[in-house]
Design a protein around this ligand. Sequence first.
Ligand code: GLN
Length: 420
Amino acid sequence: MMARQVFAASLLAQDGESMTETGSAARDDLAIRDPRVSDRVQKFPESVIREMTRIAALHDAINLAQGFPDFDPPREMIEAAKRALDAGYNQYSITWGARELRDAIARRAKAFNGIDADPEANLVVTCGATEAMMAAMLSLINPGDEAVIFEPFYENYGPDAIVSGARPQYVRMAWPDWSIDEEVLKAAFTDRTKAVILNTPNNPTGKVFGRDELRLLADLCADHDVVAVTDEIYEHIVFDGAKHVSLATMGDMADRTITINGLSKTYSATGWRVGWAIAPTTLASAMRRTHDFLTVGAPHPLQMAAAAALELPESYYRELARTYQAKRDAFVHSLQEAGLDCRLPGGAYYVMTDFGRFPFDDDWSFAMHLIERCGVAVVPGSSFYGDPRDGRKYVRFMFSKKDATLAEAGHRLRGLRDGR
Ligand code: GLN
């Protein structure tokens, strides 16, 4: 088995107790053959999502693998960044974030999410939501603590768990509507559970968690004294009139939730690496320490530009959701026309597809066919599952691309149906 196919299996095997045949193969295949490398890093490979971007470039394929736009951030934000560079914001900011940005985040969290955050006590600005998630896990987890993770899950949560020493407890979201079995969720919470990772709107499924699901999750967190780490980076990309709900606003969850967000998706600026976390005071203090020694701080001029972006009018967010919904409708139609089985995602900009009507052994052989023969890159479904075998019928497409790019991808994918 290829190393990248068995990455998730290594998660199963990391504590040695739940070692499976696949898991032991994973350890061998993942090994960097140098004994100086730490055991921890031997347990995860490079990101498959980022790897697919490199393979796409080699084949000159349209990159519908890694989730980033091929269009620009809002003009106001770019101009604000230029002004900040000229105005001397070129040295460190306060390590947990420029005050202007923390103020803007607090205002926005109150107005949009209904979350109260004191900029002096509850905010940590990080190098993207990716750092915020890792800093949250490092600040919460003792090796051996359990973390509940909804599956399929965004790839990063695997290494986040390995590096922090968490033992993942997966709760399946079922194809095709990504529903959750309440009893399975309840059973995943034990007296060893320290954290639950929630990503809504969800990558890779597009699921937008409903109020009932969030209420159940809040009850379980309260009953088991668990901290929720919520990745809400797609909060403005929701469709069909749905509203994003932050778990921190349910019951007393503000006292036990770390709410993570960032510029990348809302402002189409994945390369800027500006993210943040809102947390109860003690947890924010812990995250500030962790963050300080990981990165010292996020880029100061870009933080100043982020503060300006957060003041954009409501019409900006409405237009963002409207634009993405139109892309979703057109692109999912193209996928279905091409013979792929999928449903309309409720949010975010990904769509998982079942390619079962085509004769391929697994997700990697289908993905490589798509790149080499159709010129379209996707992410193999196995990257999103604890046991990669559970994802071998799926591939993930993303649609954060110009209409013309998506139309060309749709055109190329018609070749699949025509046997090309
Ligand atoms: N979140 C995006 C994805 O899932 C990009 C991930 C990344 O490369 N940081 O594709």
